[in-house]
Design a protein around this ligand. Sequence first.
Ligand code: CAO
Length: 416
Amino acid sequence: MTKALEGIKIIDFTHVQAGPACTQLLAWYGADVIKVERPGSGDVTRNQLRDIPDADALYFTMLNSNKRSLTLNTKTPEGKEVLEKLIRTSDVMVENFGPGALDRMGFSWDRILELNPKMILASVKGFSEGHHYDDLKVYENVAQCAGGAASTTGWWDGPPTVSAAALGDSNTGMHLAIGILTALRQRDVTGKGQKVACSMQDSVLNLCRVKLRDQQRLDRLGYLEEYPQYPHGEFSDVVPRGGNAGGGGQPGWVLKCKGWENDDNAYIYFTIQGHAWAPICDAIGKPEWKEDPEYKTAAARQPHIEEIYAEIEKWLADKTKFEAVDILRKFDIPCAPVLSMKELAADKSLRESGTIVEVAHKKRGKYLTVGSPIKFSEMDIEVTGSPLLGEHTDEVLAELGYSDDRIAAMHEADAV
Ligand code: CAO
């Protein structure tokens, strides 16, 4: 079976998480992704948070599968020459260096276009070009703070809180992947390359758009009916942090199940979907609430929402999170157990679907990684181990037409 992106050659000039997450996705779908790394050290994540001495860290292996690794010192004349050849023969170059680094290296957009007018140059930066912070270097949590996630996450009486989900890094990489595929499609029509840029702030904000919705509602109404602050608490003039409240039109909360005293994740998320009120009453043994005017409508329930959650928790007290979900699913109630990473790693369905896969690595042995979250009916996705530093250097140089002697000389000069 052919892969959708077979024949697309990508210079992967990325590091840490945002860029590598993007190029890994494209590699899964068949692109030839050549990761360009500094000789000797490579992507900084190879060494960060190591769990096995002398073996690439999971931080690296889980973001760089299905790629080839080429070491290249692009600040040497030989390194620049190799990069130029790569640019001439590739379709896409992806980078997430600090602002201005590519220009300082001698590869401005104008120069890249001169080398290859069909090139798609895809960049991640912390802030978009022209933004008053566009000179800043940015990591995940910085982006979550700048993009509105932190100010709207956590508890109202606590500080702004960042999410464990990589909203700044991997999320921006996913946005960039969409941009690259869009530019490739446009190039099919126009024959021209282009620059594609994603900022981490913008990508976080894109996922926080419901909070911008809420800011405008708050400006108009002075309250937000789905937040825990309503109707008994106070609102200021900014969107508050809402704890675990449902962010849509359905109230919801994380509720304790049997064993919560000793298990940090013995909880379910329970959603009170408006039209499922009758089944909820049946499921939790409160049939009398179905027609009670104090509970019958969403508006009537809101002032009692804490009491309703407390009642559901009483019902949950003798049920594990899995038992509870097995009962509630029969009533069509949107809910799920709160799953720990340990539970997810062992989850049979996730293994069967290829969402969690075990792959082999030359030094580490086997490790778990997250496979493609996108499934295709006409394409199998095989996740392979990440490359060792420089594993494919000679192979790529030979493909570019370099002789064995020239390759040996480049090694000698520490250019590769
Ligand atoms: N050969 C020679 N030099 C190389 C090289 C290579 N193969 N690869 C990188 N370099 C050089 C760059 O040219 C740059 O040199 P100068 O600063 O002298 O021009 C230098 O290495 C490092 O660049 P950097 O600014 O990207 O690195 P940093 O560690 O200081 O910053 C980060 C890291 C992530 C904060 C910054 O890259 C950044 O802000 N990136 C954009 C936003 C982003 O993607 N952040 C998310 C990272 S995931 O959490």
